[in-house]
Design a protein around this ligand. Structure first.
Ligand SMILES: Nc1nc2c(ncn2[C@@H]2O[C@H](COP(=O)(O)OP(=O)(O)OP(=O)(O)O)[C@@H](O)[C@H]2O)c(=O)[nH]1
Ligand SMILES: [Mg+2]
Length: 394
């Protein structure tokens, strides 16, 4: 399963800084709105516990028992109010987001930028407004697509006896919405019990809002936490979703220093180790400041955002397919060669299909490499499972 996280938010919130920190791609960062115009695509890593800890031999792919599993991430242009009607860079942003299964909303928690991303005094802007506005923009973008052909579509549903969820999901397929999302939203909103001919504009916006929640779960990175008033962070934390205070700038500085072998730093850790005393005054001062920030926040929060998006928001698990259930390796002795992200609830047969369609088609049974027990196709996988799939010969 290929997984994509989208970084979204108003201009100047720190999306590109976050992106650069987690991918180390060389992208433009600046203190003014619309620095990013074309979306940046990159690869980042979610951290999973590596099963090799249980063996005498280490796999050679993890760092101190932490396995890095690649996922895609996109950094899109900043979104301003009424983007869904074409303001700012408008719909290009939203069109990029459709590939994302989840969104990290990078909020400027410092309140130091206005709704359009222009610098203001720290604390002048209320970041809660940004949270409401981003959700609203995405909802209205969906509504815009649905409403465009609605009169024609709703007639067609009636005349041809088509299924409502099929027609709506076809219309919104480009936005990453499927029949399951539509159905769940119809039930949640109660609109399943109202004749679609009688739906009001409000009903449809409500439906789109619910489809957004279901199809694009969102985590909030309360960014610029290093300079944010405590009140702002507390207010954001009270929201009914996952909110992680972050300092993308601190994470980027730590990653860069680690790359230049000035420090040893493992993303997600609340500490780093100096590797050299040979520093310029500015470097020393910079690292001291970051040390204080990390000490206060616990960690920079950036890696936590990625991990929690994958494991909490999207409810994924990591499964390790192997061919040799004794050595936990592929045929040539490569230990734990792959780590797959799968939806919680996936079974052995799903894993076989993820490895290869043919292996799925010729599935016989699976073996739990830990217990050596045989598992049937319907057996549900657990996070961290090491599994061998046995299939019939071609
Ligand atoms: N203090 C502080 N500043 C930050 C942090 N993250 C980003 N910034 C600064 O915020 C400004 C904007 O950062 P960008 O990463 O370019 O923001 P963006 O959201 O990509 O902006 P657009 O591309 O214009 O939409 C830059 O001056 C960054 O250095 C942070 O965690 N703390
Ligand atoms: Mg940017």
């Amino acid at each position: 399963m290929s997984m994509t996280i989208g970084l979204a938010g108003k201009p100047n919130a720190g999306k590109s800084t976050f992106f650069k920190a987690v991918t180390l791609a060389d992208v433009e960062i600046a203190n003014y709105p619309f620095t990013t115009i074309n979306a940046n695509h990159g690869v980042t890593y979610v951290q999973a516990e590596c099963p090799c800890k249980e063996k005498e031999k280490t796999c050679g792919k993890c760092v101190d028992g932490v396995r890095l599993v690649p996922i895609d991430i996109i950094d899109v242009a900043g979104l301003v109010p009424d983007a869904c009607k074409g303001r700012g860079l408008g719909n290009t942003f939203l069109d990029e987001l459709r590939q994302a299964q989840a969104i990290i909303h990078v909020v400027d928690a410092s309140g130091g930028t206005d709704a359009e991303g222009n610098p203001v005094e720290i604390g002048d802007h209320d970041p809660l407004e940004d949270v409401v506005f981003l959700n609203r923009e995405i909802t209205m973008w969906l509504y815009g697509i649905l409403e465009r052909n609605w009169v024609k579509l709703s007639r067609k549903i009636q005349a041809e006896g088509l299924k409502l969820e099929v027609v709506i999901s076809e219309q919104l397929a480009g936005a990453g919405i499927n029949e399951y999302h539509v159905n769940a939203a119809l039930v949640d909103t109660g609109l399943v019990r109202v004749d679609h001919i009688k739906w009001t504009e409000e009903d449809m916006i409500q439906l789109c809002d619910t489809m957004r929640e279901i199809s694009k779960p969102l985590l909030i990175a309360a960014n610029k936490a290093d300079i944010a008033p405590r009140d702002n962070l507390n207010k954001l934390k009270e929201l009914d979703r996952i909110v992680v205070p972050t300092s993308a700038a601190a994470e980027l500085a730590l990653k860069s220093a680690a790359k230049n072998e000035i420090i040893k730093y493992k993303p997600g850790n609340g500490y780093f180790e100096m590797l050299t005393e040979d520093l310029t005054k500015a470097q020393k001062k910079g690292l001291e400041a970051i040390h204080k920030v990390v000490e206060r926040l616990g960690t920079t929060g950036v890696q936590e955002c990625i991990n929690r998006t994958v494991f909490e928001l999207l409810d994924l698990i990591v499964v390790y397919p192997v061919e040799d259930e004794g050595k936990w390796s592929d045929k040539v002795g490569n230990m734990l060669p792959d780590a797959y992200l799968m939806k919680k609830g996936s079974n052995c047969h799903d894993l076989a299909y993820q490895i290869h369609t043919e292996i799925g088609d010729r599935f016989l049974y699976a073996v739990d490499a830990r217990t050596r027990l045989r598992l049937g196709e319907k057996h549900e996988l657990k996070n961290g499972d090491v599994i061998k799939i046995v299939s019939t010969a071609k």
